[in-house]
Ligand binder design. Sequence first.
Ligand code: C5J
Length: 229
Amino acid sequence: MTSTRRVIELKHVRPGPFKLALAQTALVIIDMQRDFVEPGGFGEALGNDVTPLLGIVPAIADLLSAWRKQGGLTIHTREGHPPDLSDCPPSKLMRGAPSKRIGDDGPMGRILIQGEAGHSIIEALAPHAGEWVIDKPGKGMFWNTGLHERLQAQGITHLLFTGVTTEVCVQTSMREANDRGYECLLLNDCTESYFPDFKASTIEMLCAQGGIVGWAAHDSRELVRALAQ
Ligand code: C5J
C-alpha cells in the first residue's frame, strides 16, 4: 500500500523544485512496446533506427522497481488498434510512406494490432497485476481511453512521465494531462526519441516559460534515491 503521508521534493528539476505526494501520484510508462523499440516493428517500418530506444530500459526498470516497493500506482500505455482497425482513422493509416503500414504482417505479427507479439510491452517492463494497462488508439493517453475519469476517481493529481517517443506519444500525453490540470514531470533519462534533437527540443519546450507544460528532471536518480529512503 502507498503511504498516504509521504511527500517527496525533487530539487534537480527545471524550472524549479517539484513536490509530489506518493498517494496522489502515478508513474506513467508510455508505449514501451516491442513495435516501437525492437527491430521489425512500427518504428523500424517508418524508417527509424530503433536501437537507441532500448538504452532507457535500465533507468525505467530501476524507477519502476523503487516505485513498486512504495506501492505507487503505475500506468502502462500501449498504442494500437483492434484487428478490424475500427478505431484507426484513415488519416493515421495512410500517413507517410512506411515500408509496412499499421495492420500489415511483420516479423512480430500484424503491426500495432492488439494481441500481436509486437503490440506487447517488452519483457523487462512487463506490467504486474494491479497496474493499469491503457490501450490507446492515438498518440495521447487521454483520447478515447477513459483514463481521466479513472485518475480522478483515484485522486491522482501528479504524473511522472517516462517512455517513448519523447516528442510524439510522451509529449502529446503530457500536454493532454497538463490541460486537464495534472502536475506533470518528465524524467529525461527515462524517455527517448529516434531523433536526438527532437528529444532535446521537446524537453526545452515543455519546461520553458516557467513550466508551461510541466517540469523536467535531468535524470531519475534523485527520485529513486528519495523513494529508497
Ligand atoms: C509514435 C509513439 N511515435 N509511441 N508513437 O508513433 O511515440
